[in-house]
Design a protein around this ligand. Structure first.
Ligand SMILES: NC(=O)c1ccc[n+]([C@@H]2O[C@H](COP(=O)([O-])OP(=O)(O)OC[C@H]3O[C@@H](n4cnc5c(N)ncnc54)[C@H](OP(=O)(O)O)[C@@H]3O)[C@@H](O)[C@H]2O)c1
Length: 261
């Protein structure tokens, strides 16, 4: 028995990094998971294979359940495009007949000091990190309202809570997610749809790998727990919000090793 048996989840940007760990963790708790990707087709398919193989192992061991059942699917959509974002949500709802958990995880960085930041750097980050959360949330809330059940989990960042050099665009997008989530939490509470934020600190993925090693060392030296976070540690907070947090909405969970308190 998983905590999310019978639930259907979508993870945007689920093919790699934090999104991959979230997709695998949701599936391990019994949810059917749509693994959204934009460019990482092969990696998303790999995540899907891993989830379906784990399911077959589990059901084989307990002997009996439908081992041919599809537990995960990879769905291509550039969530920064409203039509593609909405089609992603619609297609998953049509495929599995419900939608319980939306994890808005997809995100990008285009770091530059404000003196060098172009309109393109600004617009691309806001469109992908913030506007996409609006597109996916507004599409997903319709079936959730009808079901009188939904868990929307938005992946912000510690750098949406505090300053970070070179991240005016990213910080604005991630701070925007926090403000957006509180209002939507207020408006959807009466439908038993909760909206919460996870604010990761520095987490070991491709995104952090882009930061020069000397800067990484400086950052690490300031983290009270003395190390970077692992994607699986962000996923644990997602499982808590998706499965065990019925009376929590409009909240933020910091998963940052104490780097911002
Ligand atoms: N790593 C950190 O230190 C850290 C800290 C705080 C917050 N976060 C946040 O955590 C989330 C995941 O970050 P990560 O570290 O796992 O990043 P990552 O390894 O760079 O992966 C980014 C993910 O976002 C997806 N994505 C980007 N643009 C997309 C689009 N237009 N449509 C659909 N998917 C898109 C990518 O999909 P494709 O590969 O398919 O294009 C990929 O799966 C982001 O929101 C990030 O801001 C990360």
């Amino acid at each position: 028995m998983g905590k999310l048996d019978g639930r259907v989840a979508i993870v945007t940007g689920g093919g790699r990094g934090i999104g991959k760990s979230i997709a695998i963790a949701l599936a391990a708790e019994g949810a059917k998971v749509a693994v959204n990707y934009n460019t990482s087709s092969a990696r998303a398919e790999q995540v899907v294979s891993e989830i379906n193989a784990a399911w077959r192992d589990r059901t084989h061991n307990v002997g009996g359940a439908d081992t041919a059942e599809e537990r995960a699917v990879a769905v291509k959509a550039d969530v920064s495009k409203p039509d593609e974002a909405r089609q992603l949500i619609r297609s998953v709802h049509e495929r599995w007949g419900r939608l319980d958990v939306l994890v808005n995880n997809a995100g990008i960085t285009r770091d530059k000091s404000i003196r060098k930041m172009t309109d393109e750097d600004w617009l691309e980050v806001i469109q992908t990190n913030l506007n996409a959360v609006f597109f996916c949330t507004t599409a997903a809330m319709q079936p959730m309202i009808e079901q009188k059940y939904g868990r929307i989990i938005n992946i912000s960042s510690m750098n949406g809570q505090t300053s970070a050099f070179g991240q005016a665009n990213y910080g604005a997008s991630k701070g925007g997610i926090i403000a957006f989530s509180k209002t939507v939490a207020l408006e959807l509470a009466k439908f038993n749809v909760t909206v919460n934020v996870i604010a990761p600190g520095f987490t070991l993925t491709d995104m952090l790998a882009k930061v020069p090693e000397t800067v990484q060392d400086q950052i690490k030296s300031k983290i009270p727990l003395g190390r970077f976070g692992m994607p699986e540690e962000i996923a644990k907070a997602v499982i808590f919000l998706a499965a065990d947090a019925d009376y929590i909405t409009g909240a933020q969970i910091n998963v940052n090793g104490g780097a911002y308190m």
